[in-house]
Design a protein around this ligand. Structure first.
Ligand code: ADP
Ligand code: MG
Length: 797
């Protein structure tokens, strides 16, 4: 058992814009813990009447400042937890902090760069790497992904559903058994045999989460997400199985009601916006107070699900994410205070071992049979039915191995069944009789042989002696060759085991096990399409694919509008960047694939040469009548060292190709997700435009009411902080805002309503005549054209 308090870490997010200095300081000098001092800016502190404290100090296991990268966070926070999970203990890592402070960034990762991948993908990668290395146990990995919103649980991984709102996802409910263990009904567990499969599940869940989110439910800031890796391990032949769970939790934003920070509010505990975080806090207060017998876990779904992680059988770690800017000081102080309480909670993690029920059943069935047999003997109730063919065969096998066993102590165990005992005696008798007859036969045939032998002549003796000598020579040569062959086989075995271990976990990958040619072929075939068009980046997961394949169903007008929308969307820069990176990675992978093939060919040639060399040497030995060459063959040594060098090169290239493969997959998934996001935002924008048009119809006379395309990514990221301006419209840098240019206004006036309007482009190019177009499609199409015009006129200025 491991007793440990919950470990607390802090991570400070880099500021969005330049930050005034001196808001906080980190003291790393202390040996065991570090401390964070938050200094209240004077203008804020002046507002306090009741309490004039100007700085607050909080202790953490470690504090990661703005420059800490994702790798550092993984190495220091998540890796130790992953290690204890591999050893069989439960683990939890949860991120807590206000919206925008970096919880999702820390737990899942950034949506743009590969290097920004967070704790979940890195932990998956680490765990699968370790599982591969450890061949002493049999491991099984399952993944589940739960979202809790408004006290309801949703399964993010259900592949049968195509969610367009949270309610479309399967509802997960809590069941408690008589031992008060929590079970989650309807939460699907998916086996993942490779890192790639697990990563696909993560992206599937994230995509579902994003699609299900609406401005009404704001799920990403108000819901909790629990990604769980279920790991079981068993030694071969043993009936004991170890189970461990690792929860990686992205909590809802911890913001509280009073956020003004003036009039003394700052120092009072404001109320959470999120009710289940309020219950979480209650549980934590109860746990941190001594002598509290009742812990109110049952008040909320989240505390019920995380019961073991809080004061139970689990090694738990909390990451307090802080966005230490002036306007966030009060929230940051609340986050740190919460962490200080959490640090008081003691957990007791135990190894979760149990007997495998299947093996237990086999064992018990055997015992029952033995007892039945014994009972039959004791009660004298002998069984009369004949033994089956299979039973007879089994018995005969037992007798054979008993007779072959050299151990004088060995026993023939057939159980307490008299039918079996009788059969054994019969069989033994038969064997004995057969042997006697055979023995007689051999004796008579030997004597016959001797009888017909004749004295050998002198020359025949000589001839035989020569043959003997010749055979001796031959044997020597063959022995030598055999030795060399053995060595060669060992070398080959070594190389192939190297290959196998390189490839073992890439079964479903573009590079199949031990076959770089094939990998390269696939790479080559996929490279152009992948790099040219992210929309066809494969069907890694059917759901992701389905969700990204919506464009084909669009009407022409919508398609055109979507193209413009896509081009102007802030994310398109990221997508383009990633496309470029992907292109580079593909060509690097392609080049590497070619070099690997080259290396394989060279290795093959070198081996061939070495074999040839051998044969030559042996032949030389025969001709000079010396079985083994006396001096070492320099040429062969040189070939061998060349071979070793080539193998090393091969291995290095392989490792790089493997890393590239992971990166390519990750980038593809990021791009898929970005595309789904784009599509979703477009649909929302389109629907809004269409409804605006219907309200205002038939007058589509000005661009003024047309909401620009959505906000930049930066604005999205900082949504909690920079709210929309008063008119409710957030102006984007990259987008056409209502055009001040008189020419464009004139043009927009030309584009008047349906029927009597003449779109700016000739009618022939506008698909107005198609019956399948809905009115709103046509109207929106005209709007899209207006938007193009507007951009054109902006561009010409
Ligand atoms: P939360 O999940 O807490 O609401 P996010 O993780 O979504 O916050 O972070 C908000 C924004 O800040 C995102 O754009 C994210 O990429 C960025 N961000 C957060 N933490 C970091 C960091 N440590 N380094 C760089 N960018 C960060
Ligand atoms: Mg988040």
């Amino acid at each position: 058992m491991v007793r440990q308090t919950i470990q607390i870490f802090a991570r400070v997010k880099p500021p969005v814009r330049k930050q005034q200095p001196g808001i906080y300081s980190i003291d790393e000098d202390e040996k065991v813990t570090s401390s964070l001092e938050i200094i209240l800016p004077r203008d804020l502190a002046d507002g306090f009447v009741n309490n004039k404290r100007e700085s607050y100090r909080f202790k953490f296991q470690r504090i990661f400042d703005q420059d800490a990268n994702q790798e550092t966070i993984f190495e220091n926070i998540a890796k130790p937890v992953a290690e204890s999970v591999l050893a069989g203990y439960n683990g939890t890592i949860f991120a807590y902090g206000q919206t925008g402070s970096g919880k999702t960034f820390t737990i899942t990762g950034g949506a743009e760069r590969y290097s920004d991948r967070g704790i979940i993908p890195r932990t998956l990668s680490y765990i699968f790497e370790q599982l591969q290395k450890d061949s002493s146990k049999i491991y099984t990995t399952h993944i589940s992904y739960l979202e809790i919103y408004n006290e309801c649980g949703y399964d993010l991984l259900d592949p049968r559903h195509e969610a367009s709102s949270l309610e479309d996802l399967p509802r997960v409910t809590i069941l408690e058994d008589p031992e008060q263990n929590i079970h989650l009904k309807n939460l699907s567990l998916h086996q993942a045999t490779t890192e790639e499969e697990a990563l696909n599940l993560l992206f599937l869940g994230d995509t579902n989460r994003m699609i299900a989110e609406t401005p009404m439910n704001q799920a990403s800031t108000r819901s909790h997400c629990i990604f769980t890796i279920h790991l079981s391990s068993k030694e071969p032949g043993s009936a004991t199985v170890r189970h461990a769970k690792l929860h990686l939790v992205d909590l809802a934003g911890s913001e509280r009601v009073a956020k003004t920070g003036v009039g003394g509010q700052l120092l009072t505990e404001a109320k959470y916006i999120n009710l289940s975080l309020h219950y979480l806090e209650q549980v934590i207060i109860a746990l941190s107070e001594k002598h509290r017998s009742h812990i109110p876990y049952r008040n909320s779904m989240m505390t019920s699900v995380l019961r073991d992680s809080l004061g139970g059988n689990c090694m738990t770690t909390m990451i307090a994410t802080l966005s230490l800017e002036k306007r966030n000081i009060d929230e940051s102080i609340s986050t740190c205070r919460f962490a200080q309480r959490v640090a008081l909670i003691k957990n007791e993690a135990i190894l979760n071992e149990e007997i495998d029920p299947r093996l237990m059943i086999i064992r018990l069935q055997k015992e029952i049979q033995e007892l039945k047999d014994e009972l039959a003997i004791v009660t004298g109730e002998q069984r009369t039915e004949a033994l089956t063919e299979a039973e007879l065969l089994q018995l005969e096998k037992l007798i054979t191995s008993f007779l072959e066993d050299q151990d004088p102590e060995s026993r023939l165990e057939v159980g307490a069944d008299m039918r079996k005992i009788h059969h054994c005696f019969h069989h033994l008798k038969k064997l004995l009789n057969d042997k006697k007859i055979l023995g007689n036969d051999t004796v008579s045939s030997e004597s016959k042989d001797q009888d017909c032998q004749e004295p050998l002549k002198e020359e025949e003796y000589k001839k035989l002696r020569d043959i003997l000598k010749q055979r001796d020579n031959e044997i020597n040569i063959l022995v030598n060759m055999l030795k060399k062959e053995k060595k060669k086989a060992q070398d080959a075995l070594h190389l192939s085991s190297m290959d196998r271990s390189e490839f073992r976990h890439s079964q479903n990958s573009p590079f199949p096990p031990g076959n770089p040619e094939e990998g390269q072929r696939l790479l080559l075939s996929s490279a152009p399409t992948q790099a040219q068009d992210f929309s066809t980046s494969g069907c890694r997961s059917s759901l992701l694919y389905r969700k990204t394949g919506m464009t084909e169903e669009m009407s022409l007008g919508r398609q055109e509008a979507f193209e413009i929308f896509k081009r102007d969307h802030a994310d398109s820069v990221t997508i383009d960047d990633n496309k470029q990176i992907l292109k580079q990675r593909f060509s690097e992978a392609k080049a590497l694939g070619e070099s690997i093939n080259e290396a394989r060919r060279t290795i093959g040639h070198l081996k061939e040469e070495i074999t040839q060399r051998h044969i030559q040497q042996v032949a030389l030995g025969i001709s000079e009548n010396t079985a083994v060459p006396s001096t070492p063959d320099l040429q062969e040594e040189r070939l061998r060292s060349q071979l070793e060098e080539e193998k090393r090169r091969y291995k290095t290239m392989f490792t790089r190709l493997k890393a590239l493969k992971v990166e390519i997959e990750h980038l593809q998934l990021l791009m898929d997700k970005a595309k789904v996001k784009l599509q979703k935002e477009f649909e929302a924008w389109w629907a809004e435009e269409a409804s605006n048009l219907q309200v205002k119809s038939p007058a589509v006379n000005s661009l003024d009411h047309m909401k620009p395309f959505p906000q930049t990514s930066e604005a999205q990221h900082d949504q909690s902080q920079i709210l929309f301006n008063k008119s409710g419209v957030y102006a984007r840098k990259t987008l056409p805002c209502p055009c001040p240019n008189p020419r464009s206004q004139e043009q927009s006036r030309i584009s008047t309503p349906l029927g009597n309007s003449i779109p700016e482009r000739p009618m022939s190019s506008v698909p107005l005549t198609g019956d399948s177009q809905t009115d709103s499609d046509i109207l929106a199409f005209i709007k899209a054209r207006q938007s193009i015009l507007q951009k054109k006129c902006l561009g010409s200025n």
